[in-house]
Design a binder for this molecule. Structure first.
Ligand SMILES: Nc1ncnc2c1ncn2[C@@H]1O[C@H](COP(=O)(O)OP(=O)(O)OP(=O)(O)O)[C@@H](O)[C@H]1O
Length: 253
């Protein structure tokens, strides 16, 4: 089976510092994978390379068989490589529903007089209702984004990413700022993601990582250290060693 995302030998240097060193990673339809590693391991750099924010020094990135290594970020988004983005960058006075309407309209190419298009796109209301329902946001559909709790903001970020019809979804810290006791709400929503979607999660909350991911890939100093199930990763002495001295606790559940 062709991998939906196929990264081979991806490398990046910042001056003399090698932050991605020949990373090879394949993600198939339906995968639930997490990329972990201590602070400064190169996780964000890897995501920036894959999504087209940064240009690699070497390596290849393929999406559903097509080489996208040098494509601009927007072209990757149009092909279905989507990273969840930060609500903090959006319009705080606009409602949850309006944000989702905008995302669907933009996907459909209605970039001019956006809100005038709302009534003219068949299926828009149903699609938005489905996204709200899927992420458990129906009750706050009419709430301004600036008034959402952190957990709801994170769920909206995921819904916005889904509105773009991803093949590959990169979840960049989906529990950032969410109180630990509430991260199960994020997990509940993630368990309702479309089954065929390939998901790569970057997350510091190990509880969430171990519960969500069927495969965990560990990065250290820009290199892939190992990959395996939650149990394998938690039992691997190399993983404990790279996390030593960091706050993260590597324990499965
Ligand atoms: N634009 C840049 N110029 C120079 N060095 C950079 C740049 N971006 C990142 N780095 C360095 O690259 C290394 C990897 O950083 P990166 O942010 O990718 O790690 P990370 O695993 O995402 O860390 P964290 O978990 O703290 O977010 C770090 O040493 C960082 O200081």
């Amino acid at each position: 089976m062709t991998a939906l995302l196929d990264v081979e030998g991806l490398s990046k240097n910042f001056g003399g510092l090698q932050v991605s060193a020949g990373i090879t990673l394949a993600l198939h339809a339906g995968e639930r994978c997490a990329l972990i590693g201590p602070n400064g391991a190169g996780k964000t750099t890897f995501v920036n390379l894959v999504t087209g924010v940064l240009e690699p020094c070497a390596g290849t990135i393929r999406l559903a068989g097509e080489t996208i290594t040098r494509l601009p970020a927007e072209a990757r988004v149009r092909r279905g490589l989507i990273r969840s983005f930060q609500v903090a960058r959006l319009f705080r006075s606009m409602t949850v529903r309006e944000h989702l309407e905008l995302a669907v309209l933009e996907r459909e190419g209605h970039t001019h007089r956006l809100f005038a298009s709302v009534g003219r796109v068949p299926g828009l209301a149903d699609e938005v209702a489905g996204l709200l329902d899927g992420m458990g946001l129906t009750a706050v559909a009419g709430t301004a984004v600036g008034r959402l709790a952190y957990g709801q903001q994170r769920l909206l970020e995921i819904a916005l990413a889904l509105a773009l019809k991803p093949k590959v979804l990169i979840l960049d810290e989906p529990a950032a700022g969410v109180p630990h006791a509430e991260s199960h709400r994020i997990l509940d929503a993630l368990e309702r993601l479309p089954p065929d979607l390939a998901v790569l999660m970057i997350e510091h909350d190990m509880d969430l990582v171990f519960r969500f991911a069927r495969r965990i890939v560990v990065l250290a100093q820009g290199r892939l250290l190992c990959s395996g199930t939650a149990r394998e990763i938690a039992a691997d002495p190399r993983v404990r060693e790279v996390y030593l001295g960091s706050r993260a606790d590597v324990q499965p559940h």
